[in-house]
Write a protein that binds this ligand. Structure first.
Ligand SMILES: *Cc1c(COP(=O)(O)O)cnc(C)c1O
Length: 354
């Protein structure tokens, strides 16, 4: 080890899903939306004023903040936008989790949480999901420095009912509770109505999944104006110009088109419900998913074996080696109906051999 290395901040980074370079693959491994962004996004891109690229963007991204606030019928002071929810969540960790007491999150969940906690040196305690992959409300009654969990949870897809979410928020009024709603638009009830009642609630949402904009990197937080102001202070102490001009313009177009959004999410929900029947018919078991993916396991075929076979057929799904408890599961994103038909045709044929 070089002398200066002992002073280096060492982190074990998050590992994102694979983005294969190959053409004509079926990509069901990173929960992207199979449909294009709203038509207005393409139009705005065609007419982008490239002279604006010469200038710094609006550091407050006011146009986008206002559009998000309008969509959710909130005040602009209740909205914080950033470079994907990964960016806004990291900023929320930095700002809101500043206690010596451990923050709490599930043991099986979005694997970025412990990475940020380690990076920012926030103590944490993972709370085990029950045997049906449910978050146990009782685990979130102990003393803590803050709470975060996704709803629906990832990678399980399991939705926690809103009354149970409210219970957790109510029991923890002395800390910030972040509900990561990356997948809430696929049939769940958002905690949004609770914002009026609880000033310790922070909600994270993203354009990456339900708005087909993963490549554009837009995410946002919804909370009371005081928390949002504190988070903005941290942001302006770190990087003022997080949102580029293109993201601001295209983001406004994406969130403005409510009809297109509802149509796309409904198509994915319909395909998911149909896919659940197909998975069950093939002998897969899974908890009921309310997201744009299904988390499946099979009693006869190992997850790794199916993963490799699918990969050989250019169908990419996600497998997590750890934690051990989910190592025999596959997280399969809901694609178009045609993509799912190809997946099931392959699986049927694969399982009929021998
Ligand atoms: C996808 C995802 C995110 C991050 O999405 P961005 O692309 O950074 O907006 C955050 N939380 C969960 C649970 C996710 O699945």
């Amino acid at each position: 080890m070089k002398a200066w290395e002992k002073n280096i901040r060492k982190v074990v980074p998050y590992v994102p899903g694979e983005q294969p370079k190959k053409a004509n693959i079926i990509k069901l491994n990173t929960n992207e939306n199979p449909y294009p962004p709203a038509p207005g996004v393409l139009e705005a891109l065609k007419h982008m004023d490239t002279d604006l690229l010469r200038r710094y963007p609006d550091p407050t991204a006011a146009k986008l903040v206002n559009a998000v606030a309008k969509f959710h019928r909130l005040d602009s002071s209740q909205v914080f936008v950033g470079v994907g929810s990964d960016d806004v969540l990291a900023m929320a960790f930095l700002t809101c989790f500043n206690s010596d007491k451990p923050i709490l999150f599930p043991d099986i969940t979005y694997s970025f949480y412990d990475v940020w906690a380690d990076l920012f040196r926030i103590p944490y305690e993972k709370q085990p999901l029950d045997e049906n992959f449910k978050i146990c409300s009782n685990d979130y009654k102990k003393e803590n420095g803050g709470i975060i969990f996704p709803n629906p949870n990832a990678p399980t897809g399991v939705l926690k009912p809103l009354d149970e979410i409210e219970e957790i928020i109510k029991n923890n009024s002395d800390v910030i509770v972040i509900v990561d709603e990356a997948y809430i638009d696929f049939g769940g009830n958002s905690a949004l109505p609770l914002l009026e009642k609880y000033d310790n609630l922070l909600i994270a949402q993203t354009f990456s999944k339900s708005r087909s904009m993963a490549g554009m990197r837009i995410g946002y937080l919804l909370g009371n104006a005081d928390i949002i102001r504190y988070i903005n202070d941290c942001k302006y102490s770190f990087n003022s110009y997080t949102m580029n001009q293109t993201a601001i313009e295209l983001g406004v177009e994406a969130i403005r088109d409510r009809a297109y959004f509802e149509q796309c999410t409904q198509k994915i929900i319909d395909t998911r419900e149909w896919s659940k029947k197909e998975f069950a018919a093939l002998g897969f078991t899974f908890e009921d998913s309310m997201s744009n993916f299904v988390f499946v396991t099979h009693p006869k075929y190992s997850a790794v074996e199916i993963f490799e076979a699918l990969r050989g057929a250019d169908i990419y799904v996600r497998h997590f080696k750890s934690p051990e408890r989910i190592s025999n599961y596959l997280r399969i994103t809901i694609g178009t109906k045609e993509e799912m038909e190809t997946l099931f045709a392959f699986l049927k044929q694969y399982m009929s051999k021998e």
